[in-house]
Structure formats: C-alpha cells, structure tokens
Design a protein around this ligand. Structure first.
Ligand code: GDP
Length: 303
C-alpha cells in the first residue's frame, strides 16, 4: 500500500469514525445517513460532493435491499471511487510528457504550499525513471526562492537555470528552455512566483510566461500543475478557483496529506473542480511524492 505511512492520520480518524457509526446504528436509516454525512464533511470531502454521495448511497442501498449498516461500508468505498472517477476509468492520471521533444511543466501556487519541495521531489522521481531534468528558477519574487530551488536541484542531482532576484521570470524560463534544449533534456520544471494579493499581476505574469514558452515550443507548456496544501482545506479550494480563473490548470499536486486527518479534500477537488489530482505529497523527504491513484487511496481509507 503506497499511501500507508502518509495517510495514517486520515485513515485512523476516518475508519474509526465509520466503524463507530456502524456499531452505533446497526440498521440503515435516516439518522445513520445524517451521521455519515457529518463524518464525510468533517473529513473535508466537500459539502456538494457529500450530498451527491449520500444520494447515490441511498439509491444503492434501496437497489441492493441493504438493511444492516455492516453491509454499507463496501458500498461507501465503491461510491467514493465512482465519484472520483466520474465517467473516465483511467486508474492514474499520468503526466503529459512528450516522447521526442522537451516537455515543459509549469508550477503555480501560493507561497508556503510546498511548490519548491514538490519540484525537487518530481525532479528526483523523473530522474529515477531515466529522464534528464532541468529546473528553471522562475520565482524571482520571494526572498530565498532561488537558493531554495538550487538546494533541491543539488539533492535531486539536476541543473538549475537562474537569474538574480527580482529579474523577469519570463526571461529566466526562456533561458531555461534554451539550456534544456541544448543539454538535450527531457523535462523542464519551471517554478513561478506565488503571490495572490494582486490577482491582475498574477494573471499577467502567468500569461506572459506561458506566451514565452508557447512561442519557443508550440503546444507547451505541456502541464500547468497547481500545488495546494491539503492542511488548508477550504482555502485550498478557493486557491484552486482563483488559479484556474487566471490560467488553464491541467493538474493538481496536493501536498502535506501526511499532516492532515482530512484527506477527503482530494475527492472534493476532483469532484467540484474537475481537475485531476496528479500527485500527492506525503512528507518532507525527496521520495515522499506519489502519483495519485483514487482507488488505492479510497481503499486505503477503509483499510
Ligand atoms: P513553497 O513556498 O510553496 O515553495 O513551499 P516549500 O516547498 O518551501 O514548502 C513549505 C514547507 O512545507 C516546507 O517546510 C516543506 O518541507 C513542507 N512540505 C512540502 N511538502 C510537504 C509534504 O508533502 N508533507 C509535509 N509534511 N511537509 C511538506
């Protein structure tokens, strides 16, 4: 079970609450569903996701003529997976990587969510898979961001392209592309600044960066990954809304799942924003990044 250590908090809180619920009610009735609703909402699954789920569960319970609460557990996990997948049955949302040209991945997200750490972890992961990776230090705004990315570059054993603090992020990323191409790299991971205070600036900066990338490599960036901190719950949801309004977000990395008992946020993000979660962060180490697999995740909650 690949989420074993990172999901301990969510798992123990969630499965013990469900077990208590099953023991308390025995018979499936309105009160049972009401309590279940509360448990799911408190795990950050998201109110509208929970409403959908409860409706689905009630139908399924009727259809299968289920009377005992002990029989409901399995239906809950099946429906949770179904809600996450929707109509598509892909098990894991893969990164969109190009076969014979440079793939460019842009990282966006507010300060402190774990963007730099995630870039370092992903660089390491891709390198382990045999790919040549270059990093571009496009967060020229936050003090220390460039140095921090260099530290991760060193840990992962990949090159970092940088300019001095305060310089134009689009110029850094342009140089990153040129360097990555001349070094015959497979993937360029681009950091960006994470200020949200001024949404117009954020949007302008991301638009400019994307224009530069697109001009050099038609069809790029191949991914725009939004990094969100799972411990911030509804705040993460509102950041996701702001960023997807500013730019096309192709996937989400949900960090610090190890630090919360509310791992249900993963399902809420998928269901309410319809953006795939591509990776989850399960700790501070370079190896603590996992591709996200909804089925393994949900079954892990009930283990
Ligand atoms: P940035 O400002 O978005 O670049 O955030 P950083 O990468 O500097 O990370 C902020 C803090 O979050 C650091 O202390 C990281 O070690 C920590 N962090 C990042 N990802 C994870 C994770 O998946 N789990 C835990 N527990 N901590 C994380």
């Amino acid at each position: 079970d690949k989420y074993k250590d990172g999901l301990t908090k969510t798992r123990s809180s969630f499965s013990s609450k469900i077990n208590d619920l099953v023991a308390k009610y025995r018979k499936v009735d309105e009160d049972f569903f009401e309590d279940l609703e509360e448990i799911l909402i408190s795990a950050d699954v998201g109110v509208s996701t929970v409403m959908d789920l409860i409706d689905e569960l009630k139908l399924e319970v009727k259809r299968q003529n289920i009377k005992e609460t002990t029989q409901v557990k399995e239906v809950i996990s099946e429906k949770l997976v179904e809600i996450y997948y929707g109509d598509d049955d892909e098990a894991v949302e893969e990164l969109n990587l190009q076969k014979d040209q440079l793939s460019v991945i842009l990282f966006v997200g507010v300060n402190g969510v774990g963007k730099t750490t995630t870039i370092g972890k992903l660089a390491y992961k891709l390198k382990e898979e045999g790919k040549k990776v270059v990093l571009a230090a496009g967060d020229t705004f936050r003090a220390g961001a460039i140095e921090q990315l260099e530290v991760w570059g060193e840990r992962a054993g990949v090159d970092v392209i940088k300019h001095s603090a305060g310089s134009d992020p689009a110029a850094v990323i342009f140089d990153g592309i040129k360097a990555a191409q001349s070094r015959k790299a497979d993937v360029l991971l681009c950091d960006t600044a994470g200020r949200l205070q001024n949404k117009v600036n954020l949007m302008n900066e991301l638009t400019k960066v994307k224009r530069v990338i697109e001009k050099e490599i038609p069809g790029a960036p191949h991914e725009v990954l939004l990094v969100l901190d799972a411990t911030t719950g509804q705040n993460a949801m509102s950041q996701a809304k702001t960023f997807s309004a500013a730019t096309d977000v192709s996937g989400i990395v949900l960090t610090k799942l190890d630090g919360t008992a509310k791992g249900g946020i993963v399902l809420a993000i998928r269901n309410e924003l319809e953006i795939p979660v591509k990776f989850v962060g399960l700790g501070e180490k370079i190896t603590d990044l996992q591709s996200f697999d909804a089925q393994a995740f949900v079954f892990g909650l009930f283990a």
